[in-house]
Design a binder for this molecule. Structure first.
Ligand code: SF4
Length: 290
C-alpha cells in the first residue's frame, strides 16, 4: 500500500488555512445583512480579512486549530492500521509545520504532547469500508470554544415545553443558540441529530456538519425545520461574536437516526464561523481536494 502521508498532510494544511468556498460565500452574504458601521458588521469584515490572510500565507485561520476529526471511506482490502499510522504521522508533521497548534493535552496531568498525538481517540478517526474504488477522506477541525457550547437535550423537556416531535427539536435548538449568546464564535452552524443514544447522537450531529451549507435536506420536513431554525435563530439578535445583529447562525443541518423507545435525544454540535472542513479523494494513486 502506497504511503499517503504527504496527501494527508496537504489535506490538513488546506483545512487549517483555507476556509471552504460555501462557508466564505455565506460569510460574505452575512456582511451585507449587517448595518453599516455596526460592531457586528465590523466583526464579519475582520473575519473575512483574516480568512484572506490565512489563505495567502498558509497560516491557520484561527489560533485554535481544533480537534482533527477524520472520516475515512476506504475500498475493501485497505489496511486501516496503515491508514491510521499515516494520518498520525501527517498530524505530527502538520503540527511541526505550525498548520496545527499543539492541542492534545493529557486530561489528568495537563501535559501537552506537543505533536497533537494523544490516545486512540486523538486525533479522532472514523473508518468505513465503501464499495467505491476511491479513498475518500473528510477532515473537520472542530474548535474548542464552539465545542463547549454544544448541548444535548433529552425530550420531553418541561422547561422548554419541548415534546418528542420536530417542534420540540426546534425549541431545543433555539435554546442552545440562546444559551451560547455568541460564545463559540458566532455566526455558528448547527449540526443537529435527533435520536441515537448519547454517544451516537453526538457523532451523528457532527456528521451532519459535513454537508454543504447550501445543500437541501432530502427530507422535506427536516428541510423546513432547518430553514425555520436558521430564520428564528437569526431573530434572536445575538449577532456576530455576540455583538448584536442579524446573523447569529449561517445555517442548521438536521439528521434523524433510530433510537430506543425510551429515549429521545437531540444533540447539537455548534460549529463556529471557522467552519474548517475539507475532503480528499485518492483514485489510482492521485489525490484531489475539495
Ligand atoms: S470557537 Fe472557532 S473561531 Fe472561536 S476560537 Fe475556537 S476555533 Fe477559533
Amino acid at each position: 500500500m502506497k504511503d499517503h502521508t504527504p496527501d494527508f498532510l496537504e489535506l490538513i494544511r488546506l483545512a487549517a488555512t483555507s476556509l471552504p468556498p460555501d462557508v466564505e460565500r455565506a460569510l460574505r452574504a452575512a456582511v451585507e445583512r449587517e448595518e453599516p458601521g455596526s460592531s457586528g458588521r465590523a466583526a464579519l469584515e475582520a473575519i473575512l480579512q483574516n480568512v484572506e490572510m490565512a489563505r495567502a500565507g498558509s497560516t491557520p485561520i484561527c489560533q485554535d486549530t481544533g480537534t482533527p476529526i477524520f472520516t475515512v471511506h476506504h475500498p475493501a482490502g485497505w489496511s486501516t492500521r496503515a491508514l491510521r499510522e499515516q494520518i498520525r504521522r501527517a498530524v505530527a508533521e502538520a503540527t511541526h509545520r505550525s498548520y496545527l497548534r499543539p492541542n492534545a493535552v493529557d486530561s489528568l496531568s495537563g501535559r501537552n504532547t506537543g505533536d497533537n498525538l494523544g490516545d486512540e481517540h486523538y486525533p479522532t478517526i472514523h473508518f468505513e469500508e465503501s464499495e467505491d474504488d476511491a479513498l475518500v477522506v473528510d477532515l473537520m477541525l472542530k474548535g474548542g470554544g464552539c465545542e463547549n457550547v454544544g448541548a444535548q437535550y433529552r425530550l420531553p423537556d418541561s422547561r422548554l415545553k419541548a415534546g418528542r416531535d420536530l417542534e420540540g427539536v426546534r425549541r431545543a435548538a433555539l435554546d442552545a443558540v440562546h444559551q451560547a449568546q455568541g460564545k463559540g464564535c458566532a455566526p455558528g452552524i448547527l449540526g443537529i441529530a435527533i435520536g441515537g443514544d448519547r454517544g451516537t447522537s453526538y457523532i451523528a450531529s457532527k456528521e451532519t456538519l459535513l454537508r454543504q451549507l447550501d445543500d437541501e435536506n432530502p427530507d422535506p420536513a427536516l428541510a423546513e425545520l432547518e430553514d425555520r431554525i436558521t430564520e428564528q435563530a437569526n431573530m434572536l439578535g445575538v449577532g456576530p461574536m455576540g455583538f448584536g445583529g442579524a446573523t447569529t447562525v449561517l445555517g442548521a443541518k438536521v439528521k434523524a437516526t433510530h433510537r430506543l423507545p425510551a429515549s429521545y435525544f437531540v444533540s447539537i454540535s455548534y460549529m463556529c464561523w471557522a467552519y474548517r472542513r475539507r475532503q480528499m479523494t485518492i483514485q489510482a494513486g492521485e489525490a484531489a481536494y475539495s
